[in-house]
Design a binder for this molecule. Structure first.
Ligand SMILES: [Zn+2]
Length: 337
């Protein structure tokens, strides 16, 4: 446990909500970040969570609402502290990054931030000083933004020092997603905390505007995942972790993103959550891109090797270079049991 306690940590058991001020915006209003805190009756670790680091990734914050509503402080150990919309300016813009004039506008790349920097850096610095410095474990929760993406994995940081990397792998597995991915998280809040010896998990689950059945599927997966992580930290006495029998571990070298070379309408042949995890044989056609002007098929997208599908999207328009599908190479992936 951290010895320095932020003002919100002095509050007793129960629920608490406040807004943390960052700076004045050009429209005259104060830019502030929402902070939800649920404190259990009994002592325990502080789990920090941030969602909507990318403004158009809405699913996790709706899950947080459900989780906070159902937690019973009388049966909980420790404390859950959540910045539920980490970049309100990006969110207000329905976009991924902060709409501001200067560079460094992706909040996911600027941690621990700079209190004298641009708005994005000031947001990061505020989250660092008011949340990150006071947690014992941490979750940076991502999801697909606009564009109908299907995914169900948890990333942990390949650049973390070895002992905290091992801890982060175990913590990430506890979420219970079918895929665990070792990824370079340099510049993120998790990378900053890993440098201080704190284990972190970066779920990347579901997406926005997926339709009611798929949204409900991923909502349940996210909610179970968060309960699992709290249970893994000993915060939910009596709760049993729900996890698949096996999980696929892959790293950046074994990952291949399939990106159309042309913009157009992507016809996807893998549009269901159950499609993720399927072994796709080399040469299998995953989809094709159609020119919306001439109606010609511009390209076919085929699997470059035998691999497990871990990212897919609905049919719809895509820009050239957009990730359409992603595979974890079968030869270099590992089943964890
Ligand atoms: Zn994201």
């Amino acid at each position: 446990m951290n010895s320095t306690r932020p003002p919100w940590a002095n509050r007793g058991e129960g629920r608490f909500f406040t807004r943390i001020e960052v700076t004045t915006m050009l429209n005259g209003a104060m830019l502030a970040l929402p902070l939800h805190v649920v404190t259990g009756t009994r002592d325990g670790p502080t789990l920090g969570v941030i969602t909507n680091v990318h403004g158009d990734e809405f699913l996790p914050t709706t899950v947080i609402r459900q989780l906070i509503g159902e937690l019973d402080p009388a049966r909980m150990r420790g404390r859950l502290a959540v910045v539920s919309v980490a970049n309100p300016l990006a969110t207000a813009n329905f976009g991924r990054q902060t709409p501001e004039q200067h560079g460094r506008t992706d909040l996911h790349e600027v941690f621990p931030g700079n209190a004298n920097g641009n708005t994005t850096q000031r947001i990061a610095a505020t989250i660092t000083s008011r949340l990150l410095e006071h947690v014992d474990a941490f979750v940076d929760f991502h999801s697909g933004g606009s564009g109908g993406r299907l995914q169900a994995r948890v990333d942990y940081n390949s650049k973390a020092p070895a002992p905290v990397k091992r801890k982060s792998l175990e913590f990430s597995r506890a979420f219970g997603a079918p895929f665990v991915h070792e990824n370079d998280l340099t510049g993120t809040a998790s990378h900053y905390l890993n440098g201080k010896g704190i284990a972190t998990a970066n779920p990347e689950v579901g997406g926005a505007y997926l339709g009611p059945d798929d949204t409900a599927h991923y909502f349940r997966q996210c909610l179970t995942g968060l309960r699992n992580l709290m249970a893994a930290l000993g915060m939910l006495p009596g709760y049993r972790i729900v996890r698949p029998k096996k999980q696929l571990l892959f790293n950046q070298k074994g990952r291949r993103e399939l990106r159309p070379a042309h913009s157009g309408y992507l016809v996807s042949h893998y549009q269901r959550p159950q499609d993720l995890g399927k072994l796709i044989r080399k040469g299998t056609r995953l989809g094709e891109t159609v020119d919306i002007y001439s109606y010609r098929v511009l390209e076919e997208i085929r699997a470059p090797f035998d691999g497990y599908l871990f990212f897919s999207r609905y049919s719809g328009v895509v820009g050239a270079g957009t990730q359409a599908f992603a595979l974890a190479e079968a030869a270099t992936s590992e089943w964890l049991r």
